[in-house]
Design a protein around this ligand. Structure first.
Ligand code: 5GP
Length: 192
């Protein structure tokens, strides 16, 4: 998505050789008009498959998924929670994710009420790095017997192994709106 690549270059920043900062429009302040364009693009790319639900993970995935859902006939959005709370249903699917940014393992969970074997799911997230978050979300859907139609990623870091892990090893359809091939001294290079 050319507009996204342009936005990353103008409004984003690279930290070291691995981290991309886009908190002026996705991860902290949210550019709603721009997320609408992202939502439309996901809907265009996945227009060949039926989607009954969008699954994401708190917190950054929520805004992207909710805006995108409006372009998928307002299907419900379910976000995996990262911590227990008294108002979370005790009957739930569990997974574990190693966080690339926080460098620690955290649990994820979704109430069994909100994924069913009839669901045809699109998983959405902001970044794909090592693929741990997306794979854990895929695993929760598998536990529920639901069909994962694909994974939509806003920014894939193609120099990290997540894309290969999901596409080649786990045979999952992954569509990324921008793929970064390299970060060198703060300079971001995209895949064509
Ligand atoms: P993975 O599980 O693929 O290793 O990492 C994906 C998750 O880590 C995403 O949900 C995202 O929140 C976070 N993440 C990974 N790399 C980056 C990055 O370069 N920038 C930001 N802002 N988040 C990242």
């Amino acid at each position: 998505m050319e507009a996204l690549k342009k936005k990353i270059l103008t409004d984003g920043a690279a930290y070291g050789s691995e981290i991309v900062k886009v908190d002026s429009f996705i991860n902290h302040q949210i550019d709603v008009a721009f997320l609408n364009e992202i939502g439309k693009e996901f809907a265009r790319i996945f227009s060949d498959v039926e989607i009954t639900k969008i699954i994401t993970i708190e917190s950054s995935g929520i805004a992207i998924a909710v805006i995108a859902a409006q372009y998928f006939n307002n299907v419900p959005v379910v976000f995996a929670k990262k911590s227990e709370s008294r108002n979370l249903d005790p009957d739930k699917y569990h997974g574990e994710v190693y966080s690339f940014t926080k460098q620690k393992v955290y649990p994820i969970m979704i109430s069994k009420k909100y994924i069913s074997p009839n669901d045809k799911i699109l998983i959405i997230d902001d970044f794909l790095a090592n693929g741990k978050a997306a794979l854990a979300l895929n695993n929760l859907c598998e536990q529920a017997g639901a069909t994962v139609q694909g994974i939509g990623i806003v920014i894939e870091k193609g120099f990290q192994p997540g894309g290969k892990l999901l596409r080649e090893i786990n045979n999952i359809r992954v569509e990324s709106l921008a793929i970064i091939d390299n970060i060198d001294n703060g300079v971001i290079t995209f895949r064509d």
